[in-house]
Design a protein around this ligand. Structure first.
Ligand code: FAD
Length: 490
């Protein structure tokens, strides 16, 4: 029989993967403890221990803390969008201001308030569900024991029949580019800049870099994105990506694609980057006040003691798991950013639920092909399923249905009509293979398509579903019509 202090489930890491797994485990009647080193829950996705006004102190005292998050970024994206709208869109709607200015400290305070409320909410959920919460850094001493250096200064050993690793990810560093979180920042520092930089260079055209670039661009920075690859956001459908890049260029974001950073000089006031074409060639200098390094993320398992218990990782440092999320060590599981798959908060949550369901002897299921991806710029770009390039590569015969928001009454009425819906369906069966939406609210609109994909729906299923008028969602219905027949409004 288990010792009185032994848990059914111990979760290391309180991010979206870990805290959701812990709550679900408790709901399934399993005795559960969650260990989190930051002192607050929510992981990379919600803000944690260090609110940005205290960022320097936090970084000084514990460089491994990552006080950045999707929550923080979302708050800043919204605030900066409101400023941008007030400046550029309100006048044409007949709303005029005599004076409009940015109060950056107030904007940051609003963001901190939103996020600290959310993280406290998770603590409340732990109490409600009777999850034991241990604040400290966890390290394996055996496959069923985790030694925790607690934030109060002591040490305790937490025992569990099953242990879930949910330690997430960290910023990927670039050789020769040292992040000081002042002039050369990671997303952490970029979420807490004390003033709007005149010139911001973003290294890496992934979704985080473009979102951050949008925030500071809207607030007045001149933004240049340097990317090694020939395209921005490589996972995006090629046609949508081209339109998206044009949109960002219209917003004055500059792109230097097929370009690599080969040198960094921070000796002067700002930063001087030495650039070179990706294929080699003549070098050039690009000056910036602040440089954001946003070249991807890597699994975070430092100091966890994986080698002590023999947990295997792949070349990229990701923990290898089977379809039950179990590692090569029996009773030790891993989920979220620490394992292969899309590095997204909602994917980590799905992993967490399925993993715990397996532990409880039930069935769990996550289909990584149906995890939606959203870039929260304006317009947003959301997608689920396959891109046209992927469908072609599979050799499947397919049809494409497209509908532009220029022909959607709601989008026209609110004068925010840049973007489109693109649906790919199998030619023979009309089964939906992929949906890509660029629109102001694409991140919300996409879920109709996610559900359709889950249920193996055809484009005709969406087209024959009554959609309310006037809504942006009508564009999804029309694109579905265009996939196998003709749309009405174009
Ligand atoms: P994490 O959220 O990284 O949580 C892991 C937790 O484990 C951390 O709190 C860490 O402190 C703790 N930990 C690590 N090691 C130990 C240890 N040994 N002992 C105790 N605790 C430990 N995803 C989206 O879906 N949508 C977005 O809009 C989005 N925006 C993002 C914006 C930014 C700027 C960044 C950086 C990421 C964004 N992401 C977004 C990605 C998302 O944050 C991650 O995919 C998600 O947080 C992964 O969840 P996780 O639980 O696996 O790991």
């Amino acid at each position: 029989a288990a010792a009185a202090d032994e848990n059914d489930v111990v979760v290391i890491g309180g991010g979206p993967g870990g805290y959701v797994a812990a709550i679900k485990a408790a709901q399934l009647g399993l005795k559960t403890t969650c260990i989190e080193k930051r002192g607050t829950l929510g992981g990379t996705c919600l803000n944690v221990g260090c609110i940005p006004s205290k960022i320097e102190r936090c970084l000084d005292s514990a460089p491994q803390l990552q006080p950045f998050s999707c929550g923080l970024l979302m708050a800043l994206l919204h605030s900066s969008h409101m400023y941008h709208e007030a400046k550029h869109a309100f006048p044409s709607h007949g709303v005029k201001f005599s004076q409009l200015e940015i109060d950056l400290p107030a904007m940051m305070a609003q963001k901190d308030k939103a996020v600290s409320g959310l993280t406290r909410g998770i603590e409340g959920l732990f109490k409600k569900n009777k999850v034991t919460y241990v604040k400290g850094f966890g390290k394996f001493v055996s496959p069923s024991e985790v030694s925790v250096d607690t934030l109060e200064g002591g040490n305790t050993v937490v025992k569990g029949k099953n242990i879930i690793i949910a330690t997430g990810s960290d910023v990927k560093s670039l050789p020769g580019v040292i992040i000081d979180e002042k002039k050369i920042v990671s997303s952490t520092g970029a979420l807490a800049l004390p003033e709007v930089p005149k010139k911001l260079v973003v290294i890496g055209a992934g979704y985080i870099g473009l979102e951050m670039g949008s925030v500071w661009g809207r607030l007045g920075s001149e933004v240049t994105v340097v990317e090694f690859a020939p395209d921005i956001v490589p996972s995006m459908d090629g046609e949508v990506r081209k339109q998206f890049q044009r949109m960002l260029e219209k917003q004055k974001m500059k792109f230097m694609l097929k370009t690599k950073v080969v040198g960094v000089d921070t000796s002067g006031d700002g930063v001087k980057l030495t650039l070179e074409p990706a294929a080699g060639g003549e070098q050039s200098i690009l000056e910036a006040d602040v440089v954001l390094v946003s070249a991807g993320r890597v699994p975070y398992t430092a100091g966890l003691g994986l080698e002590t218990i023999g947990v295997q990782t792949d070349k990229a440092g990701r923990i290898e798991v089977d379809k039950h999320f179990m590692t090569n060590v029996s009773g030790v599981y891993a989920i979220g950013d620490a394992i292969p798959g899309p590095m997204l908060a909602h994917k980590a949550e799905e992993d967490g639920v399925a993993c715990v369901e397996f532990i409880a002897g039930k069935e769990g299921h996550v289909d990584y092909d149906m995890v939606p991806g959203v870039v929260y710029t304006h317009p947003e770009v959301a997608s689920v399923g396959k891109t046209e390039e992927q469908v072609k590569a599979l050799g499947v015969s397919y049809r494409v249905g497209k509908f532009p928001f220029m022909a959607n009454s709601r989008a026209k009425a609110i004068d925010d009509a840049d973007g489109l819906v693109k649906i790919l369906a199998e030619k023979e069966t009309d089964k939906i293979l992929g949906v890509h939406i660029m629109a102001p609210n694409a991140g919300e609109l996409i879920h109709e398509a996610v559900l359709a994909l889950h249920y193996g729906a055809s484009s005709e299923d969406i087209a024959r579903t009554c959609h309310a008028h006037p809504t942006m969602s009508e564009a999804v219905k029309e694109a579905a019509m265009a996939t196998y027949d003709k749309p009405i409004h174009i």
